[in-house]
Design a protein around this ligand. Structure first.
Ligand SMILES: Cc1cc2nc3c(=O)[nH]c(=O)nc-3n(C[C@H](O)[C@H](O)[C@H](O)COP(=O)(O)OP(=O)(O)OC[C@H]3O[C@@H](n4cnc5c(N)ncnc54)[C@H](O)[C@@H]3O)c2cc1C
Length: 377
């Protein structure tokens, strides 16, 4: 995070509801969260095509926009705070895990040190080492053929650009998506309106430059970005031109995993279900995983037996695996071309999976709903 060049990240209503219920909001206030009011789709001719108004009463919470660094810092402050229930977390950095014995509940660091625990949570991202141990084989993340340019622009740098007022005012709490056949730009304000964040998706073969699989800080080329978006409105290209720097990131995901649990160990977040950012659900699904762990481990008192740990983890997986796997698939579905070739008519529906994704009240309730559905079917 120290080297983060920048992108905004959203917590969807399904996740921001959990964040509030866990009492984390006050730790995130310094992140100047912005409640998104509307998701607006614009075609490459610059016309507004669809507006999806986001009312917090629909799913019981807001869709909230953060700078990634601020969200990370707020969650870290909460985890290490003595004010919340439980022992404050002790964080060790520069401690790369190279191996895990999931049955024994041990991880081995690059230094050779082995750490044992009652429970190991593999939250080590898309290139997870813990996943290799849980699944029993190394699974390389699959290139999806799409790369993302990422930019953060100080709001005051956007003056003088001729964006039609009917399309958007950059500081308004609105997410705007301009959608072409194989390219799309998703953008909106963050940090209380001080910055403007952009993610621009491009098929790999249209980029003419190498994107990185490892780093969020790979530099992209402004010239190549402008070339790739030659058919987008001039004002969009003018906005790109104000970016102080450009990050480039190759998007990868995985097919859903058969299992997340082995012995004392569970996978969560991108280690368990890396997904395309087309629905902005990656981090939100990780928040759901965290809540599920809290919910199903809450009854454990004192030093648990291995059977107690495995049993709790199996319940987490039962509540979460099928749902997260489906959202992984939906995210691939939402990556399909947004128009037919040569046309500006948008065929993609951004609200298609919204009810399934956002109508969520925690893992226990979800499991209950699944049980009811299977009884009724
Ligand atoms: C362009 C883009 C835009 C996105 N936008 C959104 C959005 O708007 N909303 C949303 O919800 N999601 C979004 N996502 C997805 C989101 O970023 C991820 O789903 C989220 O970061 C996953 O969190 P995580 O903690 O599981 O993994 P990560 O954020 O990848 O964190 C993994 C952590 O593990 C550490 N680690 C890795 N390997 C090891 C090891 N061997 N030993 C020790 N530590 C290790 C890493 O250093 C890192 O700190 C987006 C993704 C992309 C690519």
């Amino acid at each position: 995070m120290l080297h983060e060049t920048g992108a905004l990240i959203s917590l969807q209503p399904n996740a921001s509801k959990i964040v509030s219920a866990l009492g984390l909001d006050k730790f995130l206030l310094s992140a100047e969260p912005m409640n998104d009011r509307c998701f607006r789709m614009v075609n490459t001719a610059g016309d507004v095509v669809t507006e999806l108004w986001l009312d917090p009463s629909t799913f019981g919470a807001d869709r909230v926009l953060y700078h990634r660094q601020d969200l990370h810092q707020g969650l870290r402050d909460a985890a290490t705070s003595p004010e919340l229930p439980g022992r404050p977390v002790h964080i060790r950095t520069s401690a790369a895990v190279v191996a895990c014995d999931p049955e024994a509940g041990t991880v081995t660091l690059g230094t050779g040190e082995t750490i044992a625990a009652d429970l190991v949570i593999g939250a080590d991202g898309i290139h997870s080492k813990v996943r290799t141990a849980v699944v029993g084989q190394a699974l390389d993340a699959i290139p999806t053929g799409i790369s993302a340019y990422r930019m953060l622009i100080p709001m005051e740098s956007l003056g003088g650009i001729d964006v039609p007022a009917s399309v958007f005012t950059p500081s308004d709490p609105v997410t705007t998506m301009i959608i072409g056949h194989e390219k799309r730009v998703i953008m909106g304000p963050g940090r209380g309106g001080k910055i403007f964040g952009i993610v621009a998706l491009v098929p790999d073969e249209k980029m003419e430059e190498e994107s990185s699989i490892e780093s969020w800080v790979e530099e992209g080329s402004m010239e190549k970005l402008l070339d790739a978006y030659a058919d987008f409105p001039q004002w969009m290209r003018d906005i790109f031109g104000r970016a102080p720097d450009i990050g480039l990131w190759q998007l990868r995901d995985l097919d859903p995993l058969p299992n997340w649990v082995k012995g004392r160990t569970i996978l969560i977040g991108d280690a368990a279900h890396p997904m395309l950012p087309t629905q902005g659900q990656g981090a939100s699904q990780s928040v759901e995983d965290g809540e599920a762990l809290q919910a199903f481990c809450a009854d454990i008192r004192g030093k648990p037996t291995k059977a107690q740990v495995t049993n709790a983890l199996e319940r987490v997986s039962k509540a979460r695996l099928q749902r997260a796997s489906l959202i992984q698939r939906y995210s691939r579905e939402q990556a399909k071309p947004g128009t037919s070739s040569g046309s500006t008519k948008i065929t993609l529906d951004p609200g298609q999976f919204m009810k399934y994704n956002c109508d969520y009240n925690g893992a226990v309730d979800w499991l209950h709903r699944q049980d009811l559905a299977s009884v009724n079917s």
